[in-house]
Design a protein around this ligand. Structure first.
Ligand code: MTE
Ligand code: LUZ
Ligand code: MOS
Length: 765
């Protein structure tokens, strides 16, 4: 089945937030924000702005009828700043006027008085000063301290990895209008409609049943709208509530980049110990997470970092500690992988470090330490099923990793200016919200008496294709054709208490609930058919009722009408909660994940050692989708995730200056992968497996895991640099932008290779 949105997307017919037909009298809203990263706010003078023709109101924290609080996990984030400003871009108030343009002019007339305070942007500095969002956590298995002395090799080091801008194509926004009796309707571009509903209710001081949140679709979220879509929805709801008029906000790109949080940068210290035969015996790591100025989802992200600190490897002795450090940057938030990629990156740095020092290539260590059946993770879950090893072997068989390594070697021996680098990247990613409580979902199915079907779930479509998968689930369960089924918007009146569509679990959780709802209705329909046809083994295929293996004259429509006339219920609401999973935070042990997703990628790059620029030749990977229920949709997720991960590791560079100002604040300074940076040769192979019972139709979650193949891009470049400049000490500091590559190529380089390079360049020109 092709993605059901494809047709309308390419024709511009899909309705995003800013495409909603405007109601007459709609007003526009624009937040104004702190121009500094840390200060005491002494005075906000809005009088000049408020007096402008066409400006209807300017709201500050004092205008909030309920609580001035939007923090989801920790209540530490006001909607509008009160006495202190904690980051540049922190909302102070909201301007509402007849046009967006007017609001922009009014914004320039807001006068602020503040006293600046010292700024922290570095997580290690925050840690030194005791600025933590939540207390640190440690995951431990075995006891590294007892085995260092038994290790043949022990290495210590530091690795840094920067954040990442989400760059969803549709920027943040929301549109709210009042309903009768103090009720409010909110259209939001959010991954978490219930978070929006809950927060609108508490800020307005009304019960949740007075707030209806509707989400048609998102033009991308990538985690950036899991928590951080809420503030804007609450602001327009507040204005609509107070003014009794429709109010809309759609964010400009540069405001979005400046005001919203991103992937968390991490700075980490590691220590790794290996035996003589290269088994990793011990690993110790301390992660300093740059959380920004408020908690947002940072404690949950921190937890997922700990869960993924050893990636796809078995390590018997581990001590992993993580600190969530409060700095004066916008609060960082969920981003595809949710802290997992950072945890894995540091582990891969430790392995690369060890490989350098021992004088072998990192893949030798990687391969020797892949998880196997029955291995115990530091968090107590026993590993089972596919595992990374078989995907690595399949990679070797299909693509010939050894052969590729030899080709790279011989290329490098005969080239001076251009060097190739190869890296192998195995992945292992846990599927489930790490907070067990969040792993449940609901579905509502109506069969209308004309035989058409409408489905509502808690899943939000953001381009990942979840609606297409849900449609498949409904069609397959009923045995009817796709044209009969419509997947409705995500709406808090139809589906309550949703978890955000996140953790790659959207299709699994909502799909399972949908399956249950469909099966309930189907059972009732089958009974009706049995009574009418007298057969026993009844099912439906392609809209036709089959009885004892024979197609009958009864169609789906006939059956639905008959059931309706017999007063049989044609609607069902179902609830699904993932079985098996549990986690005890007091022991940091349990079985938190329904299952794991595995895979292995081989990444090859060519670096121009004169210019520092590079081009990825190929990415060849074997990914475990289980039994994919939609290969094109899954491959789209694999390719998209891969390239997003490669962008993070190579060209996307967030730069905040010492004053906490984002320097790379537009697409002219923040480079993202385009069609030219996508490797020409991407080979995707699906690992043949049984799938998993807890995956929807045994089709494993695919949203986040492939991003982590992108880690290999960093190490491929690093290997190419080593081929050119073997003696340089290379720090671990992602991303490897061309500037950094050039610096590393030149680091303590012997002069002969520079000469050789120049003569070759002359030859080329
Ligand atoms: N794919 C597209 N096109 N757009 C997105 O915003 N978000 C990713 C992933 N793939 C995203 C995407 C993230 S962060 C997650 S958690 C999953 O999709 C969420 O959807 P799922 O649970 O249905 O996989
Ligand atoms: N969100 C969340 C997530 O609240 N918990 C998670 O474990 C998670 N994992 C990935 C992405 N978002
Ligand atoms: Mo994805 S980071 O779970 O929204």
């Amino acid at each position: 089945m092709i993605n059901i949105d494809a047709h309308n997307h390419v024709r511009g017919k899909s309705v995003y937030l800013d495409d909603i037909q405007e109601i007459q009298g709609t007003l526009f809203a624009l937040p104004f924000y702190s121009p500094v990263a840390h200060a005491v706010l002494e005075c906000v003078d809005t009088s000049k702005a408020a007096q402008m023709e066409g400006i209807e109101a300017v709201f500050l924290h004092g205008d909030i009828p309920g609580e001035n609080q939007i923090g989801g996990i920790v209540p530490d984030e006001p909607l509008f700043a009160e006495k202190e400003l904690h980051f540049r871009g922190q909302p102070i108030g909201l301007i509402v006027g007849k046009s967006e343009f007017l609001c922009r002019s009014a914004r320039e007339k807001i006068a602020l008085k503040f006293e600046e305070l010292p700024i922290i942007t570095d997580p290690r500095e925050a840690a030194q000063k005791g600025q933590f969002i939540v207390p640190p956590r440690t995951f431990e298995i075995g006891s590294p301290d007892k085995v260092w002395s038994e290790c043949a090799h022990v290495f210590k080091g530091r690795a840094d990895v920067n954040g990442q801008e989400h760059l969803y194509i549709e920027s943040q926004g929301a549109y709210a209008w009042p309903r009768e009796d103090g009720c409010i309707y909110v259209a939001s571009s959010t991954q978490g409609p219930t978070a929006v509903q809950r927060t609108v209710a508490s800020v307005l001081g009304i019960p949740m049943h007075k707030v209806e949140v509707n989400v048609q679709r998102l033009g991308g979220g990538f985690g950036g709208k899991e928590d951080q879509a809420t503030a804007w929805a609450v602001m327009v709801a507040l204005a609509a509530f107070k003014l009794n008029k429709p109010v809309k906000f759609s964010m400009h790109r540069m405001d979005d980049m400046l005001m919203t949080g991103k992937r968390h940068p991490y700075s980490s210290d590691y220590k790794i110990g290996l035996s003589k035969d290269l088994k990793i015996l011990a690993y110790e790591v301390a992660h300093y997470q740059n959380a920004g100025a408020a908690a947002d989802l940072s404690p949950a992200v921190l937890e997922r970092t700990l869960f993924h600190s050893t990636n796809a490897y078995f390590v018997p002795n581990v001590k992993a500690t993580a600190f969530s450090c409060r700095t004066n940057l916008p609060p960082n938030t969920a981003f595809r992988g949710f802290g997992g990629p950072q945890g894995k990156f540091i582990m891969e740095c430790a392995i690369a470090h060890a490989a350098d020092k021992i004088g072998i290539s990192a893949d030798v260590i990687q391969r020797k330490n892949l998880l196997s059946e029955g291995d115990l993770m530091p968090y107590g879950q026993k590993m089972e099923g596919v595992l990374a090893g078989p995907t690595w072997e399949e990679c070797e068989k299909l693509y010939g990793i050894q052969r590729m390594k030899e080709e790279v070697k011989s290329f490098n021996e005969s080239n001076g200016r251009f060097k190739k680098g190869l890296a192998v990247q195995p992945i292992c990613f846990g599927i489930s919200f790490t907070n067990t409580m969040m792993n449940h979902a609901r579905a509502l199915v109506h069969v209308y008496h004309d035989g058409s079907v409408v489905v509502s779930t808690g899943a939000v479509e953001m381009g990942q294709g979840v609606n297409t998968k849900l449609l498949q689930v409904a069609c397959d369960t009923f045995g009817i054709r796709a044209q009969r089924v419509k997947i409705e918007s995500t709406n808090t009146l139809r589906i309550a208490n949703t978890s955000p569509t996140a953790a790659s679990a959207g299709a699994d959780l909502n799909g399972k609930a949908l399956q249950m709802a469909c099966n309930c209705i189907l059972d009732r329909l089958k009974k009706v058919a049995e009574e009418s046809l007298g057969g026993t083994n009844i099912y439906i295929r392609n809209d036709r009722v089959i009885s004892d293996g024979e197609e009958t004259s009864m169609s789906w429509n006939d059956l639905v009408q008959m059931a309706f006339s017999k007063r049989v219920g044609l609607s069902e609401h179902a609830h699904y909660a993932t079985p098996v999973i549990h986690f005890d935070k007091s022991k940091e042990k349990g079985h938190p994940f329904a299952y794991h997703v595995y895979g292995t990628a081989v990444i090859c790059v060519t670096v121009d050692c004169l210019k520092g620029i590079y081009k990825f030749d190929s990415v060849k990977l074997v990914h475990d989708c289980g039994i994919s229920m939609n290969i094109p949709v899954d491959n789209g997720q694999i390719e998209g995730g891969l390239v997003q991960g490669m962008g993070w590791m190579t060209m996307e560079e967030l730069l905040y200056d010492k004053k906490g100002r984002l320097m790379s604040n537009a697409l002219s300074t923040y480079k993202v992968p385009d069609i030219y940076s996508v490797p020409e040769d991407i080979a995707i192979s699906h690992f043949k497996s049984e799938g998993h019972e807890l995956a929807i139709k045994k089709s494993k979650a695919v949203g986040e895991p492939p991003l982590m193949y992108g880690l290999g891009a960093y190490f491929a470049i690093r290997n190419a640099i080593k081929a050119f400049n073997p003696r340089a000490h290379l720090a671990f500091d992602a991303p490897y932008t061309p500037e950094k590559v050039l610096m590393d190529l030149c680091k303590k380089t012997v002069s002969t290779s520079v000469h050789q390079m120049q003569s070759e360049d002359a030859g080329l020109s």
